[in-house]
Design a protein around this ligand. Sequence first.
Ligand code: IVH
Length: 667
Amino acid sequence: MNKAEAKTRILKLREALHRHNHLYYVKADPEISDFEFDLLLQELSTLEKKHPEFSDENSPTRRVGSDITTGFKQVAHAIPMLSLGNTYSREELEEFAERIRKNTGDPVEYVCELKYDGVAISLTYENGSLQRAVTRGDGIVGDDVTENVRTIRSIPLKLQGNDYPGKFEIRGEVIMPLDGFRKMNLEREKNGEQIFANPRNATAGTLKMQNSSLVAKRPLDCYLYAVATEDEIFSTHMESIQACDKWGFKVPPYNRVFKSLDDVFGYVDHWEKNRKELPFEIDGVVLKINSFDLQKKLGFTAKTPRWAIAYKFKAQQASTKLINVAFQVGRTGAVTPVANLEPVQLAGTVVKRASLHNADQINLLDLRENDTVFVEKGGDIIPKIVGADKEKRTSSAPPVRFITHCPECGTKLVRLEGEVAHYCPNNYGCPPQIKERIIHFISRKAMNINAAEATIDLLFREGLIQTPADLYKLSYNDLIRLERFAEKSSHNLLKSIEDSREVPFPRVLYALGIRYVGETVAKKLAAHFGSIDAIGKASHEALVAVNEIGDRIAESVINFFREDANTEMVESLRGAGLKFSVENGNTRLSEALDGQSIVISGTFRDISRDQLKQMIEENGGKNVSSISNKTSFLVAGENMGPEKRRKAQSLNIPVIDINEFLRMINQ
Ligand code: IVH
């Protein structure tokens, strides 16, 4: 394929992929299978790598994000991002309508929309191409989060049709649908990471992540609710939103136009009752005047438009009696307090338990035994206690205290510096920790051993397994005599255990259950060090030199290998034939850059940033985003910003060109 042919093919693939992306993520009506989509994407990606001269920041291949971290540029909004006046009362909605009637005299059309509970975003398009995505910030200046927003599949990178304005802004709300949010939290909990309290926090946290390739893995979505153009091409709000649909945006199917306030209340009632049926969270309804002429006439107060108002739903609350506080011990030994409550109806379900998070939370709530408490569906998911009814409390009621010793094994609990959780440090003697570790070990993404939790429980109670390594010592005779096992199920389990010996090293590493070492980190460590022995011997410096491995993970890895019980388990598993090194050799090519922190800046003619980054890692270095006094040197390409050069000079950090860099690693 010559250059011209490659260019034609690249453009064609991009167009097709944009279209299929829209069909899949916006219309939920795909024409081709995921497999076919991936094939096209792969072809495009290969061609783009071969022909960097045809690169395009809005290519569908950019949806995967990049791990070049940039910090966020502050950008002023061309039109300030105002907020909405809001109310919890119906009377105020009537007053709003009355004010408008007085002001205009005419009967008006209202648009009702849902009030999405996420993070506001402003997108700028030029000639049909996404140029910039900026958060609301303080309404005047926001953060440029374009790289992260590009990874949100339902946001078009290129618009469809040809009747969109040359340059315009569109605003909406980035949200995390509940399904994805719940899955993500489960995963985080399993990896011993802090879970997000609700989808809004998860969205805000995700948009502020420095590494867009991680953002790409988070299940974000976006609904649009306003178009801002210089030319007045629409006469109503609904018209503008319908145009967005045509241009390829995900437009909410929940918007309605009404002529009477009664109908507006009907909409409000409907969604207040049925909000839990939605696949995402809302915190109210927004009422807007449909006509742009009228909107103009009504204008703005200092902070909010006079032509719109938000009716916010009250948090769904109930009051009930606190029976007691139980303490649960997880895989990593973290102790979570859970309140047992007298069953109470709340937002369509019966609530019997509520999370109390940690000791700080109990103190903050100032809970007493036998309190009457208010429960809220925090983000409509896990009910939480938001306060106690102090009037119903007897003055002698003793405070609820966090336990000092493990409820399962009696060991004194510890609280690590800088952490909110209490831990039971008896990792190898505390029954729930042992069991949960084995359950993690056999899970699908780890060793994929086919056994139910109840089976692990039984094997543990029967004294057959104390560590994951004991699984490999089980025999047919051990199993067949147990209640749950027949001939077939015994063979099946043994076969599944046998098969797990073939699981590749990164998954074995993940299966070990080292705190903070989730799937991605396990892959990174395995690729960088190549074997468990190299990881076990790695110093703190060597560990943090791996891209994305910070102090917290490094410390956790080092602590893991300090424990004899862990190294014994590893040896035992090695004896059982598990894979403890990567196959096809090590990806380490040299030690030329060991321990060096390297900044890349500007663009390079023949090498992509990803390739350059890979070279740094293969030779033992770490690619970092910003210059600090810890930076070893900076590789400068074309168009490097003057600010970066100045900073490097002021900190006396060597600046080298790409040829010198290649010489360094090829020596
Ligand atoms: S219209 C001039 N429509 O609510 C203000 N906002 O307090 C235009 N929001 O920051 C906003 N759903 O992030 C509008 N359907 C909707 C919305 C919505 C959620 C958020 C938005 C804004 C906040 C207003």
